[in-house]
Ligand binder design. Structure first.
Ligand SMILES: [Zn+2]
Ligand SMILES: [Zn+2]
Length: 347
């Protein structure tokens, strides 16, 4: 066992504190990663506060991880000491079910092993990236292209792939019109990626407060959803709507913005059910869909796509001791657009 510095939640109601956690001894196919930066995802906050169900405490979260390989197991072939690598939202899956065989490990029929708060195949509870080191099976470790700035890599492993995967699956590209609902950590990446894919992008945000940023990221239009006129002006317009908002919205109003064969894909997760009137799907043969992160091969393609197109998340780097404050700022949407923890501050 390797004992490493970390930040953990002692319970659902207490602030995160510095502590130590244990990493397993390197198995033959494991990679030891010295972590440089870990992103703060809204899911981390929901999880540590028990809002998505009971979790085992103390718990270290973090599923946007970048660092360097410092040791490899005897049978590792895909990674070498010194490589810059990333780890996202999952660290294992059954590898045998139809979905795993199709390269869609995120949809593993046995349930993928989450990077934190999951039971790993050795029976231990996984602990996330707010720590100095992590041990991960080589198949769930991503290679990070040189072109992406080091401090900006981490959020690609959750926010990046969560938006890339549906944009690729529903074929955003030249000639398609894409609306991105919400301009937070996920939304700003959806804009950048959809623009790089060649789509014409409109941001739909509650207010026009981040309009300058949206246009700077390449959006052609930016409209406020607090203004009912927006929904009239943009009726029957979009091929694809990526909804990144994790609060309840008026689904029918958004479905009305889809043109023929348009699809609204949800990647944000409100805790309560969203009511959908089936009649609003009949017009224009619309689809209402969901999408969860992406497979490992697709995540690798996403990293290469971002390097090739020179796109990366906008990040604000914070020290380990600022994580509790950062959580409050995430909850009040006061971040442009993703916090990353400088893990050097934990050493
Ligand atoms: Zn996440
Ligand atoms: Zn599986």
């Amino acid at each position: 066992m390797l004992t490493v510095n970390a930040i953990a939640a002692p319970s659902a109601t207490e602030p995160l504190v510095r502590t130590t956690i244990e990493r397993r001894d390197l198995g033959p196919r494991d990679v030891l990663i010295e972590i440089s930066y870990a992103g703060i995802c809204h899911s981390d906050i929901h999880t540590v506060r028990g809002e998505w169900g009971a979790v085992p405490y103390p718990l270290t979260v973090g599923h946007e991880i970048v660092g360097h390989v410092t040791e490899v197991g005897a049978d590792v072939t895909r990674h070498a000491v010194g490589d810059r690598v990333g780890v996202g939202c999952m660290v294992n899956s059954c590898r045998e079910c139809a979905n795993c065989r199709a390269g869609q490990e995120q949809y593993c029929l046995q349930g993928n092993v989450g990077t934190y708060a999951s039971v790993d195949r050795d029976g231990t509870v996984t602990q996330g990236g707010y720590s100095t080191h992590v041990v991960v099976d080589e198949d769930f470790v991503l290679r990070v292209p040189h072109a992406i700035p080091h401090e900006a890599v981490a959020p690609l492993l959750c926010a990046g792939i969560t938006t890339y995967s549906p944009l690729a699956h529903w074929k955003a590209g030249p000639g398609t019109k894409v609306a991105v609902v919400g301009m937070g950590g996920l939304g700003h990446m959806a804009v950048k990626i959809a623009v790089a894919m060649g789509a014409e992008v409109t941001v739909l945000s509650q207010t026009l407060g981040k309009k300058d940023d949206g246009l700077r990221f390449g959006a052609e239009d930016y409209q406020a959803t607090s203004d009912p006129a927006t929904f009239e002006a943009l009726a029957n317009t979009f091929d694809l709507i990526i909804n990144t908002v994790s609060a309840s919205i008026d689904v029918g109003a958004y479905l009305g913005l889809l043109r023929l064969d348009g699809t609204m894909v949800n990647v944000g997760a409100p805790p309560e059910p969203l009511p959908v009137r089936v009649f609003s799907l009949f017009n224009n043969r619309r689809s209402f869909a969901g999408s969860s992160i992406g497979g490992i091969a697709e995540t690798q393609r996403m990293l290469e796509f971002c390097a090739e197109h020179g796109i990366a998340p906008e990040v604000e780097v914070v020290d380990a001791d600022a994580v509790n404050d950062a959580y409050e700022r995430v909850l009040s949407s006061d971040v442009r657009y993703r916090f990353v923890i400088d893990i050097d501050s934990l050493r």
